[in-house]
Design a protein around this ligand. Structure first.
Ligand code: FMN
Length: 326
């Protein structure tokens, strides 16, 4: 695999609203991943934690793909000798044999926002998922989606949803990343296409009208509740500190877990609302007895459902910095 191919695997990573907030460069035996702040989400992600989580997901894909290719990697976060803030990945020959299970599902993993079929995930699979994380900087809590101890978390999911859909800036930012027509999707290759959101392609003015008219706080909260109750398991990723290194490792941990889930035929989607709205995040932390440093940053539901259409990705020549040789 050449470096372009490794970068292509990195770009298959998930990112908030599919912003793909990354740039790459490749030189000799190093690949650099840069945050692309032109693709940030100032309303839903004002401190950029989701942006750095997305970089962590891309980094983990890159490392898994390199390993598959017999390359060992070492990642340095924000080395001070770099001109620009980046993650520097150094690749060495003679790595250990690759991890086929995770590598093979990198292109298959997807966020699945449909209703799931309520089938239970067996206990040994739940254990495999939590063991996949592998980062001490990240704590994972699991909840049975349909147990009564989970009810307070469900209430916070709904509360977060109500806050977000009452905020016109949130709705406008979301609309700006929805690709309502097939043409928009094919031209931009980013964002949330109508079909992955579960509605047909329609002209932008009409999609906007529908969203503004029908995506109301109460209806969205009840939709999220139904999605949650159709799932089997909730997993909360808690970053042990609130800084960029921990956000990146939260992304790496999350990516390993969802790739493992995919390899077991389990689908997943985000229910991040209680993590995204700061006041609700504080309530969630208090409910779980977390300390002041610990931040619950990703809430993911898992279960079983049919595959959905895929989200697009920008071609790699749009994300590789031109001045570097690849
Ligand atoms: C940090 C982060 C936050 C996300 N937040 C949400 C979310 O709040 N709601 C949601 O439906 N999807 C969320 N997603 C999923 C992205 O929308 C999804 O990864 C992106 O659209 C690409 O689609 P794919 O995962 O199917 O490749 C999030 C992903 C990441 C990495």
């Amino acid at each position: 695999m050449n470096f372009e191919k490794l970068i292509e695997y990195a770009t298959m990573a998930p990112s908030g609203h599919n912003t793909q907030p990354w740039k790459f460069s490749a030189e000799d035996h190093e690949i650099r991943i840069y945050p692309d702040h032109n693709r940030s989400l100032p309303v839903v992600d004002p401190d950029d934690h989701a942006l750095y989580i997305s970089l962590g997901c891309a980094l983990e894909n890159l490392i898994i793909a390199a390993k598959q290719d017999g390359l060992k990697s070492s990642a340095e976060y924000f080395p001070p000798d770099e001109k620009e803030e980046c993650i520097r990945v150094t690749l060495f020959q003679n790595g250990e044999p690759g991890d086929d299970e995770l590598f093979n599902v990198i292109p298959v993993r997807q966020s699945n926002r449909s209703l799931y079929n309520e089938k239970k995930i067996p206990g040994d699979y739940v254990r495999k998922l939590t063991e996949a994380s592998q980062f001490d900087s990240v704590k994972i809590k699991t909840f049975d989606a349909n147990h009564k101890v989970t009810e307070p978390v469900i209430d916070l999911v709904k509360e977060g949803n109500r806050v977000q859909f009452s905020d016109q800036d949130f709705v406008e930012e979301l609309i700006s990343w929805i690709r309502f027509t097939r043409k928009e999707m094919n031209e931009r290759n980013d964002g949330l296409s109508a079909e992955v959101m579960g509605f047909p392609f329609v002209p932008r003015w009409f999609g906007r009208f529908i969203l503004k008219t029908f995506a109301k706080p109460e209806s969205e909260a009840s939709k999220a509740e139904k999605q949650l109750r159709s799932s089997s398991l909730l997993m909360l990723f808690i970053s042990k500190k609130n800084d960029k290194k921990h956000w990146i490792e939260t992304g790496r941990s999350f990516q390993r877990v969802v790739l493992t889930a995919t390899s077991l035929g389990i689908v997943h989607a985000h229910l991040n609302m209680p993590c995204e709205v700061e006041t609700v995040r504080k309530k969630l932390s208090a409910h779980l007895g977390l300390n002041n440093d610990e931040q619950p940053l990703l809430l993911i539901r898992f279960g079983y459902a049919k595959e959905l259409p895929r989200s697009p990705r920008r071609p790699i020549d749009e994300v590789i910095l031109k001045s570097n040789t690849v």
